[in-house]
Design a protein around this ligand. Structure first.
Ligand code: R5P
Length: 302
């Protein structure tokens, strides 16, 4: 067993953390977590001094609660003067508010980055951050890994599709769709999604010149939250004659009744990673993360 390091995980991230701890032969410490009725978290954890700490903690909904838990764990590690603290945050919340879309809006990802920096974060790794440009603006060293090759592998190994086409639900996701289509050696196209920044209302249309009729479609997005973006896409694609609809995403937040509404909209299957644990987390990030963690703890200085 590698005794110079420890993996720290909260109950929500335990499945992924266990897999990584087993692969790397590193002790896993599950923090003792209590949630009070007002939503506040209480955390207790054993001493981690003299260890390289790898904190595995996603910040999926309830977002603010999970962020606060991350801050608390990091604070505790830092208080014990741990020099090498690595944050593995497969889903990094607030990365969609990456600019002042309307004058006066707070750029929340800047706030998250600043707090993490203040309480001792040096290195963070995440998956498929909403906008890559955020990485250079964060005040801590952040790596972003793409889960698209893993999602593509799943499609190759477990699905049989008829004349498949990759579709991005919006122009912002075109690069993602291109990457997937290249790996699968198939074509891609994109819908156009326009969001009214005041009301939040979304309008989606298809202006592409590749026919979707009688084809199986792979819709790829980074996040499914309410499911509305995918449901709008599904309506359009079905109206245009698409056959089966598969949804691939890295972060399946699937709020409230999103799953039922997605199925009602004609989605045949949802395939997500285990960046957050749920019934659709069919693509495992543990192997990629283990390789990544192995490299940086091996080269760390303490
Ligand atoms: C936004 O541009 C993102 O890439 C996702 O499309 C969006 O966050 C999905 O949210 P929802 O499921 O609520 O439509």
């Amino acid at each position: 067993m590698r005794t110079d390091s420890i993996i720290i995980s909260t109950p929500d991230n335990l499945q992924l953390a266990k897999k990584i701890a087993n692969r790397l032969d590193i002790k896993l410490q599950e923090v003792d977590m209590q949630i009070f009725s007002d939503g506040e978290s209480k955390i207790r954890m054993n001493s981690v001094s003299n260890k390289k700490c790898i904190i595995i903690h996603s910040t999926h909904p309830p977002t603010d609660q999970h962020l606060m838990q991350l801050f608390m764990i990091l604070y505790k590690c830092n208080k014990e003067a741990v020099r090498d603290i690595y944050i593995v945050c497969p889903y990094l919340a607030y990365s969609r508010q990456d600019k002042e879309f309307i004058q006066g809006e707070v750029v929340s990802i800047d706030v998250v980055g600043k707090i993490l920096q203040c309480i001792g974060a040096r290195k963070l790794v995440t998956f498929d951050i909403h906008n890559q440009d955020v990485l250079s603006k964060l005040p801590i060293d952040t790596d972003n890994i793409s889960a698209i090759p893993l999602l593509a592998d799943y499609m190759k190994n477990y699905t049989r599709l008829n004349d498949p086409l990759v579709i991005s639900p919006d122009n912002g996701g075109i690069d993602r769709a291109k990457q997937l289509a290249n790996i699968l050696h198939i074509n891609m196209s994109s819908l156009t999604k326009v969001r009214d920044r005041i009301t939040g209302n979304v309008q989606t249309r298809y202006e592409g010149n590749i026919s979707v009729s009688h084809r199986d479609i792979i819709i790829i997005d980074d996040i499914i939250s309410t499911g509305n973006s995918i449901i709008n896409a599904a309506k359009i694609l079905k109206d245009l004659g698409a056959e089966k609809l598969f949804v691939l995403c890295t972060h399946a937040l699937l709020l409230e009744d999103a799953v039922q509404r997605l199925l009602n909209a004609g989605i045949n299957d949802i395939i997500a990673t285990n960046s957050t644990q749920n019934n659709f987390a069919k693509v495992d990030l543990s192997s990629t993360l283990s390789e990544y963690i192995d490299t940086f703890i091996t080269h760390a200085h303490s």
